[in-house]
Design a protein around this ligand. Structure first.
Ligand SMILES: Cc1cc2nc3c(=O)[nH]c(=O)nc-3n(C[C@H](O)[C@H](O)[C@H](O)COP(=O)(O)OP(=O)(O)OC[C@H]3O[C@@H](n4cnc5c(N)ncnc54)[C@H](O)[C@@H]3O)c2cc1C
Length: 426
């Protein structure tokens, strides 16, 4: 069969590889000029790649680890145990081990015990079950207490989901706590190596990737599916027997005028927030930890991730690389600011974390944004998730909005790809 796959992220590349391995004729249409999608990278220095948004794996990301091994990068996948902390007041507190939780001084000892017991319970609970029907705010307040909720969880939910924080499902928080490990995996040379290797394996088996080819329309035509795409300003069309779109379902619907309205009504687009990362290349370290989750509402970023506290700065020519991350709604002014303006807005916040910070430490800076990066997972979310099939014959949707109850991540896109392949074969 002739297959078209829209998107060369973790999902699209895995689907495409599996299809070509099964003897199909497969073309990927990718709008960007490099593979990897949300996990994609840029050249931080000639030949040195870094993710546009901070990325690591957890030990529980078994499908991702299996794929990394399959494409010959098993040796390059290294496990680290960097310190992760929560910033409160003017201090970063470790909160990544039971011992750290018991020593977490912003909470009174009985609250610390409740926090440890609640986290322990969620780590042992094998599936979210009835938690799906509750909001995280309600469950956390009841089980861990109001003070713990307001100190630890509410700032996290507010930072990630803004004014939708109180609507977030407890299933989302269950997945976040249940699946995370203190050991973090990173591929030597970056996740770019995985996407390059997947692309190479795919093309060596006869597949083709069209970079810079953004799909602009999808229609059916006598049993085939026709995808219109734009490349270097040129409009073109490609005809396939089947098409898999890995774009958010709402975008696929927008590209497909013949999609019945009943389909959109049954699967309304969930709210999604955009992601923004400012990346600073510094001449010295900023902090002494990898991850600082910022729980102070007056600091204008949600996370400060010092990548070179997990991977040695030597691998980046001595650069100290720091991400300052945010999730915001699409119309937030942050998305329209220049990199310099973002630095100006963030400077005082950075100084809260390290009072000695000076702008002269910055050697280079970049900012990246992605408009659909984090679905708002409410208790009603599960009912809106579409299956792989659509009413348009031969058109399938598979995207990170379908990995529920898990939080989006490369591992879950890869797992979803494997499930889609079983579905297509059936
Ligand atoms: C800030 C941030 C931090 C993250 N941290 C981690 C982490 O630590 N670990 C982890 O595993 N995951 C992390 N993730 C999540 C991870 O990046 C995603 O879950 C995963 O990459 C999604 O892959 P995907 O292929 O499903 O979707 P995408 O990566 O979104 O792939 C979709 C592809 O479609 C392309 N496309 C879009 N429109 C068109 C069009 N019209 N025509 C053709 N192509 C098009 C895009 O360019 C993209 O390549 C993070 C995400 C963000 C935003």
């Amino acid at each position: 069969m002739r297959y078209g796959v829209i998107g060369a992220g973790a999902l699209g590349l895995t689907v495409a590889l599996r299809l070509v391995q099964r003897g199909h004729d497969v073309t990927i249409l990718e709008r960007d000029t490099v593979p990897g999608g949300l996990a994609g990278s840029f050249e931080v220095a000639p030949g040195i790649w870094l993710e546009k948004f901070y990325h690591h794996l957890f030990k529980t990301d078994r499908s991702a680890v299996a794929l990394i091994e399959e494409v010959g990068l098993g040796e390059a996948l290294r496990w680290h145990r960097p310190t992760t902390t929560v910033f409160l007041g003017d201090h970063a507190y470790p909160l990544d081990t039971p011992r750290a939780v018991l020593g977490f001084s912003p909470l009174a000892v009985p609250d610390r015990l409740r926090l440890a017991a609640g986290v322990g319970y969620l780590r042992l609970l094998p599936s979210p079950g009835r938690l799906e029907k509750q909001t995280a705010g309600r469950w956390m307040r009841r089980v861990m207490g109001g003070t713990t909720y307001e100190t630890v969880w509410e700032p996290l939910l507010r930072g990630k989901f803004g004014d939708a924080a109180s609507d977030v499902s407890m299933a989302w928080l269950w997945a976040r706590i249940h699946c995370r490990t203190a050991d973090l995996g990173y591929i030597h040379g970056g996740f770019h190596q995985l996407y390059l290797a997947l692309g190479e394996r795919f093309t060596s088996l006869g597949g083709s990737i069209e970079y810079g080819a953004g799909a602009s329309s999808i229609r059916s035509d006598g049993g085939s599916v026709v995808v219109g795409h734009k490349r270097a300003g040129q409009e073109d069309e490609s005809t396939f027997d089947r098409v898999v779109s890995t774009l958010p379902t709402a975008l696929t619907v927008r590209l497909t005028p013949e999609m019945p309205e009943a389909y959109s009504a049954q699967h309304p687009a969930p709210r999604a927030l955009g992601a923004h990362c400012l990346i600073l290349s510094l001449d010295r370290p900023l902090s002494d930890v990898y991850w600082i989750g910022v729980n102070e509402p007056d600091i204008p970023f949600l996370a400060l991730v010092e990548h070179t506290r997990m991977v040695s700065p030597d691998e980046y020519g001595g650069r100290h690389l720091v991400y300052l991350g945010n999730y915001r709604s699409h119309d937030d002014p942050l998305f329209s600011w220049s990199t310099d303006e973002v630095i100006t807005q963030f400077e005082a916040g950075i100084r809260r974390v390290n009072p000695a910070f000076d702008r002269s430490w910055i050697q280079e800076a970049w900012s990246f944004a992605a408009p659909f990066a984090q679905p708002v997972v409410t208790p009603a979310f599960a009912r809106t998730i579409p299956g792989f099939d659509t009413p348009v014959p031969g058109l399938y949707v598979a995207n990170m909005f379908q990995v529920y109850p898990y939080d989006r991540g490369q591992n879950y896109s890869i797992e979803l790809a494997e499930r889609l392949i079983t579905h297509l074969a059936a």
